[in-house]
Write a protein that binds this ligand. Sequence first.
Ligand SMILES: [Zn+2]
Length: 282
Amino acid sequence: MRIFDPHVHMTSRTTDDYEAMYAAGVRALVEPSFWLGQPRTSPASFFDYFDALLGWEPFRAAQYGIAHHCTVALNPKEANDPRCTPVLDALPRYLVKDSVVAVGEIGYDSMTPAEDTALAAQLQLAADHGLPALVHTPHRDKRAGLRRTVDVVRESNLSMERVLLDHLNETTVKHAIDSGCWLGFSIYPDTKMDEDRMVRILRTYGTEKVLVNSAADWGRSDPLKTRKVGDAMLAAGFTEDDVDQVLWRNPVSFYGLSGRLQLDVPKPESLHEGNSVLRSGE
Ligand SMILES: [Zn+2]
């Protein structure tokens, strides 16, 4: 089973996670820029973080045989902090980088006017840079949040076929399908969405344009949830081709819209030779 995790925050994860992900079949991933838990107090903190997503983290992933790309944006939560909004002006210099495959995560957290401004500005940046957009939908008041998100995307210069609506569930999937956007589902250990519910959604709505991610980060989360969905799909009677479509071909098609996907990373066996695998502190 080959797996592309289209949304996972590896900065928050250990090298054990990289090893386990490789063993489970993960060969590529996208790390969206997001909130770090601790609020940032200046744009410079974002720039160091973006540089890590462009330099250090792909280097770390490659040691474990995994191709690493990222998305860059001012996230919805920090869009509300005036100390952070100047990040918007600096984004163009990051959006031209080879391993940036979308603008994201953008979208709504609390649906404030400041979030409106940041979302519209960043949808325009995506259109200007020929990039797709990864759009986070709110975890609270999901139906209203999804409707408002779709309305804003529809009014933007970015076409619906270049937008991935993430964190969908049973209450938002139908409206998301009708919008013509790509459909993202984040699978969590014990909240929001699990692998059995995911299989039921796939049974009802099919596998077209569906992407499944672990959204693993610094909270309770599991970077192997993609594999667990693949196993649950097979157990429920889906074919290996169905699994490959959801876990590999759909994310490749969506992020491939950037024209920047680079999926050939050397096998880790060769990297392990000569003991070149990174260890902390060395
Ligand atoms: Zn995320």
